[in-house]
Design a protein around this ligand. Structure first.
Ligand SMILES: Nc1ncnc2c1ncn2[C@@H]1O[C@H](COP(=O)(O)OP(=O)(O)OP(=O)(O)O)[C@@H](O)[C@H]1O
Length: 366
């Protein structure tokens, strides 16, 4: 996992940032894409809406169509059908010069940073402003502001080759913000980074969303990135959106097999060592009941006091994987009850204590 976040912490960071949140910022309408010479569509009739101030994650496996989708969002790729409407403007109708202007107001960060190796950190950040004809004094002021934002003041004269991956991505983020965009598109922004650096970059993106009220659309193949950063998620598979919704709901109660495979398996499956020990009927007097309590963000909370009040005898907490997503408990607890418990009485005793209660069976030999 990238991080374990406690309820109070996430309250502060996971609310959409912008006062005007709720209004559509990005609308993707009936978007399809088939590359020249291909017989299959890379994207099939995608319809999505991203609200202003939201952090929206698009997750999928390799080849699902993520890059194609994000490239259609900034018009690096022209769709075969459908529209991308950003701030009420159908970007497919923009002519070349308008498109250049529009792209300046849309920040883009990349997996491999795309820095110019012969320019220093400072020069890399300054360059898009030079190209756009921003006066020198204004360029210097903006570079200083962004160096402070991304925490790279001390490294401003370093060359890209002298930077760590996380520092390179900080430069990439600063460069993406030079024209004060309202929308930031992130293409696998943390995929080349180790978990600790990933955590720091995700925290920086959260800060930018909160402080600058920037809508963020990101693509990733890592569910942890979505879990730690996003408000909403859409799952893409073979060019189609197969599942979407608030992160807490998709994470805690995935409807599609592909989504389940992308998630942390600890949230879904029984630990492997238990499977051969489990039977539906009691095998002998040593057989003990295994109970699975699942929390899917629907309102139940893993209240250990309530559990102990309802269950007499010895109760072993065998396994727990609970996380808090947007202040909602998600995951599972596995309890092993002593030999005095039977199925029917336990079912009755624990009724309503979790979002889903499963009497998994009897465990013998543990
Ligand atoms: N320029 C191209 N020409 C032809 N086919 C392409 C092109 N780019 C992508 N494709 C195909 O479109 C489909 C979607 O690819 P895309 O790169 O969008 O997926 P992805 O989810 O970003 O995968 P990855 O995470 O591996 O980059 C794949 O079948 C891919 O082979």
């Amino acid at each position: 996992m990238v991080s374990l976040t406690l309820p109070g912490e996430q309250d502060a960071v996971l609310e959409p940032a912008h006062e005007g949140s709720g209004k559509a910022h990005v609308q993707i309408l009936g978007l399809s894409k088939r590359y020249a010479g291909q017989t299959q569509d890379a994207l099939k009739n995608i319809n999505l809406q991203v609200k202003r101030g939201e952090i929206f994650g698009i997750i999928g496996r390799s080849g699902a169509g993520k890059s194609t989708l994000i490239r259609c969002l900034n018009r690096l790729e022209a769709p075969s059908a459908g529209q991308v409407v950003i701030d009420g403007i159908d970007i497919g109708t923009l002519r070349d010069r308008e498109l250049v202007q529009w792209r300046r107001r849309t920040g883009m960060i990349f997996q491999h940073f795309n820095l110019l190796s012969a320019k220093t950190v400072r020069e890399n950040i300054e360059l898009p402003m030079k190209v756009a004809g921003v006066p020198a004094a204004e360029r210097q002021r903006k570079v200083d502001e962004l160096l402070a934002l991304v925490g790279l003041e001390q490294r401003q004269h370093a060359w890209p080759a002298q930077l760590s991956g996380g520092q390179k991505q900080r430069v990439g983020i600063a460069r993406a913000l030079v024209h004060d965009p309202e929308l930031l598109l992130c293409d696998e922004a943390t995929s080349a980074l180790d978990p600790e650096t990933t955590r720091a970059i995700l925290a920086l993106l959260k800060k930018i969303n909160q402080q600058r009220h920037i809508t963020i659309v990101l693509i990733t193949h890592e569910m942890d990135v979505v879990h730690d950063l996003c408000h909403q998620v859409a799952v893409i598979d073979q060019g189609e959106i197969i599942e979407r919704g608030p992160v807490w709901r998709v994470y805690s109660d995935p409807q599609q097999e592909t989504t389940r495979q992308l998630l942390n398996p600890q949230h879904q499956a029984l630990p492997e060592y238990l499977v051969p020990l489990l039977t539906s009927q009691r095998q002998n007097t040593q057989s003990r009941l295994l109970v699975r309590l699942r929390y899917t963000g629907q309102g139940a909370s893993p209240d250990l006091g309530a559990l102990s009040r309802r269950l007499a005898g010895e109760v072993t907490l065998l396994f727990s994987a609970i996380e808090w997503v947007e202040n909602k408990a998600t995951g599972q607890l596995l309890l092993l009850l002593d030999t005095s418990h039977d199925r029917a009485a336990t079912q009755q005793a624990l009724n309503g204590i979790a979002d889903q209660l499963e009497i998994a069976g009897y465990v013998t030999g543990l």
